[in-house]
Design a binder for this molecule. Structure first.
Ligand code: GTP
Ligand code: SPV
Ligand code: MN
Length: 625
């Protein structure tokens, strides 16, 4: 621990935040930390080394302060429960800001603030924000340290919960600091829970502030996050860096940062395929990433569950890495029947946040077991019984766990070179209209599929659960620049890929419902049937199979009769027909809504997408007699 020298009183508040930015732009990490400490006024500054000793010290400290509750060491070794402030439970999209100099670069779907005005506002917010607390300096790498697709960052935070979570979710360590000090660029990320302590104040287990800012400055690659200790608001390597800032880096440098899981699928013949899939928050990425196939002979290995960085390789293929090192997964709905790999992953050394506590000192959430225990302490710390009439775990409660603990993790999951993608998948949560699976007819059609995803809202962010909203590329809350420019960038990247290597693109929907409101498709392990059809289509496209796998439809290629293996499924012909029904009337309305949606982006929408929309419209409009 280094004690901080007294602050130079001569500087005004405005110059202090500007000084932090100037130091960040110069790239000297120590000058930047000093400037930030002058602004934040912490009691002490600690440089983190990512070691196990550091983790233990912080955990012991958090157990003392009540931030972490140790779980029973025989039932859940090395694991802890954290209960957040009830007002700090999810990402806050309304307080997320993208601040490029030109408003048009943020696009119509992001909250924009003029960068100097935002800096002036943040200056007042961050001044003295860490009084009475420790400033932890956390050097981390997204992707294997020093890898060709990796990037470094340094997060400053006053939350030990965040430091310990960063240990799990990223590669934290002095090796990264060495790289940075040798000149490697880094993303400067400042985080404060926004709850300074005065002498004599006693701290609360989950300090935070009603005032929240999750601000991004794409030009200087800076992140400033204030007021929340939860998930994507606070673990700045994740959504703030690996998606919002990295998407801008990707735009400028010719690669893509996407909200995608990453898996390897191996067929009964031993052929390997790599698939990346983008679904909106809480729409099934973690589950698909850890899928245990019900189809005999098939195997899925996990590479990533939330974020993928995609880069065209010199051979014209599209390579991908998972830049993260852990999973921050949705707890509710995770059970032996739905996701046995996740259950195995979280048996030990896991931090649970906002789940319920059993009388035995273990965790519980809705969906963990078919029957709830007779008594629990719920996520707010209150007694709970099945008669309580409210969920015991928060719908956005999560587990934080190292990827290496996953039984299905690919042995080479952290290969810095990444894997070559064969298929890309876009999906959403749609009770109606969208078929179980459809294949894009071309790369452009695939980009259209990604651009037009809409999905029912989940508890992963503030807002009304169930409400349908557009979520293009599952990136609506995560794209650091104009969404329509993101589509144009996808078209550009596609044009650089060799035809032989270009991944096929698909759209899926596990969530279509019957008129009783029940899911038509069993989902989870049975999704392996859909994956198998996709990679059969890859084989057909690469000339390895000559049978017919697909038929055309207005929304893309659908499995030909018999091509999707549904043997052994409890699924009647009627349900199967409903899963693939493409109703021209409904799709004509979808086309109208898409036109309205595209119009919000003005002339930045690429012509190829307007062409695909016209194609869809023609296909669903009955020919005049
Ligand atoms: P983020 O971490 O927020 O980005 O979410 P995610 O996309 O990883 O979602 P996750 O896999 O955690 O799934 C969220 C919820 O959807 C869980 O409650 C799952 O049980 C449920 N779910 C996942 N896959 C399926 C499926 O195939 N069918 C059905 N019906 N539900 C599913
Ligand atoms: C999501 O909301 O998509 C998540 C959780 O993966 S968070 O890290 O909070 O963004
Ligand atoms: Mn996510």
């Amino acid at each position: 621990m280094t004690s901080l020298a007294e602050s130079p009183a001569a500087l005004t508040r405005t110059t202090m935040l500007a000084d932090v930015t100037s130091a960040a732009v110069l790239g000297d990490v120590r000058t930047w930390v000093d400037a930030a400490a002058r602004l934040l006024e912490p009691e002490t500054v600690v440089w983190c080394d990512g070691s196990d000793g550091e983790r233990r010290t912080l955990v012991a400290q958090m157990v003392r302060t009540g931030t972490l509750l140790p779980l029973d060491p025989t039932l859940r070794p090395g694991s802890y429960l954290a209960r957040s402030d009830p007002d700090d439970v999810a990402r806050v999209e309304s307080r997320t800001f993208i601040c490029p100099v030109d408003e048009a670069d943020a696009g119509p779907t992001n909250n924009w603030r003029e960068p100097d005005a935002m800096r002036a506002e943040l200056d007042g917010v961050f001044a003295g924000a860490m009084r009475g607390r420790t400033l932890y300096v956390v050097p981390f790498s997204m992707g294997p340290v020093g890898g060709p697709l990796s990037q470094a960052g340094v997060q400053l935070t006053d939350s030990p919960y965040v430091v310990v979570s960063m240990h799990v979710m990223t590669r934290v360590g002095s090796q990264v600091l060495d790289l940075i000090e040798a000149g490697a660029p880094f993303v400067p990320a400042v985080h404060s829970v926004g709850a300074p302590l005065r002498t004599g104040d006693t701290d609360v287990p989950w300090p935070c502030s009603p005032t929240k800012y999750i601000a991004h400055f794409p030009e200087t690659r800076e992140i400033w996050s204030f007021g929340s200790g939860y998930g994507g608001n606070a673990l700045l390597g994740k959504k703030c860096f690996a998606l919002r800032i990295a998407s801008v880096m990707g735009r400028d440098e010719g690669w893509l940062a996407e909200h995608m899981l990453l898996i390897r699928l191996t067929s009964p013949q031993g052929r390997r395929y790599h698939v990346a899939a983008a679904f909106p928050s809480a729409c099934g990425k973690t589950n698909l990433a850890m899928l245990v196939p019900t189809l005999p002979g098939w195997q899925v290995e996990t590479i990533g569950d939330d974020i993928a960085w995609l880069r065209p390789g010199p051979d014209g293929s599209l390579r991908a890495i998972n830049p993260e090192a852990g999973f921050f997964g949705v707890a509710p709905g995770t059970g032996e029947a739905t996701n046995p790999s996740a259950i195995e992953t979280i048996r030990h050394d896991t931090i649970f946040t906002n789940v319920a506590l059993t009388d035995e000192g273990d965790v519980w959430w809705e969906g963990l077991t078919p029957e709830p225990p007779a008594h629990l302490v719920d996520w707010t710390g209150q007694d709970w019984t099945p008669a309580s009439g409210r969920p015991a775990a928060h719908p956005n409660s999560r587990f934080t766990v190292a990827a290496a603990q996953c039984p299905t993790i690919a042995p080479d999951w952290s290969d810095p070179e990444g894997v070559v993608l064969d298929a890309l998948v876009f999906g959403g949560r749609r009770a109606t209209n969208v078929p179980l699976v459809a294949q894009a007819e071309s790369w452009e059609h695939g980009v259209f599929m990604g651009a037009t995803i809409s999905s029912e809202r989940t508890a992963a962010a503030e807002g009304t659960v169930g409400e349908l909203r557009r979520d293009p590329f599952a990136m609506m809350p995560f794209c650091g620049y104009d969404m329509a420019d993101h589509w144009a960038h996808w078209l550009r990247v596609g044009a650089r890929l060799d035809r032989e290597h270009r991944p096929l693109v698909f759209q899926v929907n596990w969530f279509r419902k019957d008129d009783q409101g029940r899911f038509l498709w069993p989902g989870f392990g049975e999704n392996s049937r859909v994956l198998a059809w996709m990679v059969d289509q890859v084989d057909r496209a690469r000339g390895r199979r000559t049978d017919v796998g697909a038929v055309t439809s207005p929304v893309g290629l659908l499995p030909a009769p018999g091509a999707l293996d549904t043997r052994g499924l409890d699924l009647d012909d009627d349900a199967l027909a409903q899963l693939f029904e493409v109703d021209p009337g409904s799709w004509s309305r979808e086309a109208d809504l898409t036109e309205e949606f595209f119009a919000t982006f003005g002339d930045r929408v690429p012509a190829a997408l307007h062409d695909r929309l016209a194609h869809l419209r023609a296909a669903v409009t009955p020919a005049e007699a």
